[in-house]
Design a protein around this ligand. Structure first.
Ligand code: TRP
Length: 452
């Protein structure tokens, strides 16, 4: 095995470039598509509160740990874990954490690409005016039509996968940094516009109430698991993506401060998306628990009725597509890096192989929405199965492992050397990473398994 450093990781030109890349990875379909629909399915406010607590007490300390491990190890997740474990004279099997991460990223991308494909389909629908003046029934049947058509979905899923692999093939440096620089401000502008529309839709209070008024009777252990899993998913944690990005962070940059900025921006986008969507749901008597189709059945309604909505609808789905793209590259990059370094093939071939395999699994996901919708395991179709397995199990498990490694295995002197926190800050991080974060993940797992 060689020590080649894949050129794609890039040496971030500055702290700002890293923030952009990591925020690009974090802000994605998870914020705008997934957060609203799982909030709707899990009853609103209480779920949101649990999610926020998980971001603060589990997500942020683990993100600090993951960036720190990456910058310490300077390699891809498997080799980083191997190097750090051997430096700490620990069990070499810690590298399996890197393995699980690579597999999780691969499984997530298979369905992520399908959903990103939906947003591409909606770019064209917006462009050709399919939303204008349409009522809730018409918008719903537009979405149902897409769901029922394997051909359309496979077409867009394929297009998204080809674009992702093209970017990964060429490296993220120029193209992606620039895209994110433009994307983030534009995304905020459109979200605020949607919120302004939602405020005038009549059910604004009701939407806000749903999001921010915790009703704990609506929450159970599976909702808590979903909220915790989502904290990992939305921050891109637990599988080595942020670790890889962190490995090229200049040494003089404060990891903790940077983490707060990334997690803050990510949380803000999710909450803004929720504030934009739920008033529309209630104003149009839609089901908050509509599931994965939620944003595709609500936002076009707003676009269809506001002046200039044609343009904004078109722009919104383009931005959603870009948000997905800056995330998808971080999902597949660890697999590509591993292939290059261990299978003696070049970057292009590594992209073709991993991309094709991921694409094939994605076709299965498309079919799980139509032709194979009757095929279920543990009561879940393929899409739901992949989502549950990765977000609810693999990411929290990976995060638990990383927390234990960073807090208990790695020498704390090294950790502090890398983090350079003021004494109190370091102690707070230690408390969270040693006890609170792993303990919380463990407790939630126990509860779900029914032991508690
Ligand atoms: N965070 C992204 C989103 O919210 C998805 C994502 C990108 C991700 N890279 C990841 C999730 C790594 C888990 C692990 O859409």
């Amino acid at each position: 095995m060689t020590d080649k450093t894949p050129s794609i990781h890039g040496q971030w030109s500055s702290r700002f470039a890293f923030i952009l890349a990591a925020t690009g990875s974090a802000v994605g379909l998870g914020n705008i598509w997934k957060f609203p629909y799982i909030t709707g399915e899990n009853g609103g406010g209480a779920f949101v509160l649990v999610y926020l607590i998980c971001v603060l007490l589990i997500g942020i300390p683990i993100m600090i740990a993951e960036i720190m491990l990456g910058r310490r190890g300077q390699k891809n997740p498997i080799d980083t874990m191997q190097t750090l474990a051997s430096q700490s004279k620990a069990d070499p099997r810690w590298q399996y954490l890197g393995w699980m991460g690579i597999i999780a990223g691969f499984l997530i991308l298979a369905y992520y690409s399908v959903i990103a494909g939906w947003s591409m389909a909606y770019v064209t629908k917006g462009f050709f005016g399919s939303f204008s003046g349409a009522d809730a029934t018409a918008i719903k049947s537009l979405f149902d039509g897409l769901m029922a058509s394997p051909i359309q979905q496979i077409f867009w899923h394929s297009a998204f996968m080809v674009i992702t692999m093209q970017v990964v093939m060429r490296g993220v440096q120029g193209g992606l940094e620039k895209t994110v620089r433009f994307l983030m401000p534009a995304l905020f502008v459109i979200l605020f516009l949607l919120i302004a529309y939602a405020m005038s839709s009549g059910a604004y209070q009701q939407g806000i109430h749903f999001l921010f008024n915790p009703d704990f009777s609506k929450i159970n252990s599976s909702a808590v698991l979903t909220a915790m899993g989502h904290a990992f998913f939305t921050l891109s944690l637990g599988m080595g993506a942020i670790m890889v990005y962190g490995s090229y962070l200049p040494k003089d940059v404060s990891i903790a401060k940077t983490t707060f900025i990334i997690a803050g921006a990510d949380t803000l986008v999710a909450l803004l998306a929720g504030i934009a969507i739920f008033p529309l749901v209630f104003a149009n008597n839609l089901e908050a628990s509509a599931g994965p189709g939620l944003i595709f059945q609500t936002l076009p309604l707003a676009f269809g009725h506001m002046t200039g909505g044609w343009l904004f609808g078109f722009l919104f789905f383009i931005l959603l597509f870009f948000a997905a793209l800056t995330s998808s590259i971080s999902l597949i990059e660890p697999a590509v890096a591993w292939l290059i370094e261990n299978k003696n093939i070049d970057r292009k071939q590594a992209c073709i192989w991993s991309g094709s395999a991921c694409w094939a699994l994605g076709v299965g996901v498309v079919l799980s929405f139509n032709a194979w919708s009757g095929f279920k395991l543990f009561g879940k179709n393929l899409f739901e199965l992949l989502d549950y397995l990765t977000a609810n199990l693999m990411l929290p498990l990976g995060g638990l492992g990383l927390a234990v490694f960073a807090g208990w295995v790695l020498s704390q002197k090294e950790a502090q050397q890398e983090l350079a926190l003021p004494e109190q800050g370091f102690q707070a991080w230690q408390l969270l990473i040693k006890y609170v974060a792993p303990g919380a993940v463990f407790l939630v797992f126990l509860h779900v398994v029914g032991v508690l």
